[in-house]
Design a protein around this ligand. Structure first.
Ligand SMILES: CCCCC/C=C/C(=O)SCCNC(=O)CCNC(=O)[C@H](O)C(C)(C)COP(=O)(O)OP(=O)(O)OC[C@H]1O[C@@H](n2cnc3c(N)ncnc32)[C@H](O)[C@@H]1OP(=O)(O)O
Length: 257
């Protein structure tokens, strides 16, 4: 991998965007590497959760603008589709994902963070969708995900003005889950991740699927999915372990089966 670095530690798969001199701009090559890393983590039983972050002063300053010069209408669609495909893949991963936002999260970089389940941001970070200043608009799924996450008015404001917002403001409007000083970012992110790692990975996977499905469906379909997922959760050993542990007044030891 030339544009990202990848590691596994204590059940966590790390994807670290690694073009610090270009503020981790998302080139086509980087998108391909991210897709490859996700593919590996998806089937790796030693990875139960994935964290994205950036090397240097940015999480990511967005799609690589230097690659835009070569684009025509068709190749622009292909670039946007490639990015969208990767973001959709991240979103649908059946393991929790966290964007650990260490600095600028702009344009496609923020769209990557939006595809994650959780966003934990450094106080010092700035977030925004400045594509409008380039005569374009978010194209990696952000037009849809941001509206669903924070509502139409604020999402339109961010996309149509292109203004950057602080982490504190992002927390206030529900765009990030938690804001911490940069010096504590990794520690706090790991604390949050470890809370999830104590749960049953299989229940988290079913729950995530039910929530994502329901978010894009009429409520009755979502409710039906919830009931069906419940049945699946009840067929697992983890469910038996969870109930036994409660009754035996001990901590559950979930195995993901
Ligand atoms: C085709 C489908 C696309 C679909 C959807 C996605 C679209 C996008 O994401 S468009 C990009 C949106 N992002 C931006 O417009 C942000 C661009 N960057 C900036 O405004 C600034 O770099 C900054 C405010 C984030 C930071 O400013 P500063 O601290 O002054 O750092 P520099 O500007 O000097 O940047 C250092 C270095 O990094 C290069 N760079 C920064 N962002 C990008 C980028 N998005 N693409 C390519 N390169 C980027 C910048 O050019 C500098 O490089 P050098 O000049 O070679 O040092």
């Amino acid at each position: 991998m030339e544009n990202i670095s990848v590691k596994k530690e204590n059940k966590i798969g790390w994807i670290i965007l690694n073009r610090p001199d270009k503020l981790n701009a998302l080139s086509l090559a980087m998108l391909t590497e991210i897709e490859e890393a996700i593919k590996q983590f998806e089937v790796d039983n030693e990875v139960n959760l994935v964290i994205f972050t950036g090397n240097g002063k940015a999480f990511s300053a967005g799609a690589d603008i230097s690659q835009f010069k070569e684009l025509n209408s068709i190749s622009a669609i292909n670039f946007a589709r490639k990015g969208r495909k990767v973001m959709d893949y991240i979103e649908s991963l059946m393991k929790p994902t966290i964007a650990m936002i260490n600095g600028y999260a702009l344009g496609g970089g923020l769209e990557l963070a939006l595809a994650c389940d959780f966003r934990i941001s450094a106080e010092e970070a700035q977030l925004g969708l400045p594509e409008i200043n380039l005569g374009i608009y978010p194209g990696f799924g952000g037009t849809q995900r941001l509206v669903r996450l924070i509502g139409k008015a604020k999402a339109m404001e961010m996309m149509m003005t292109g203004d950057r917002i602080s982490s504190k403001e992002a927390e206030r409007i529900g765009l990030v889950n938690k804001v911490v000083p940069l010096s504590n970012l990794e520690e706090e992110t790991l604390k949050f991740a470890n809370k999830l790692l104590e749960k049953s990975p299989i229940s988290l996977a079913i729950l995530k699927s039910v929530i994502l499905y329901g978010n894009d469906s009429p409520i009755l379909d979502g409710l039906n999915m919830e009931s069906l997922g419940w049945g699946v959760a009840f067929s697992t050993q983890d469910q038996k372990e969870g109930v036994s542990a409660f009754l035996e007044k001990r901590k559950p030891n979930f195995k993901g089966v």
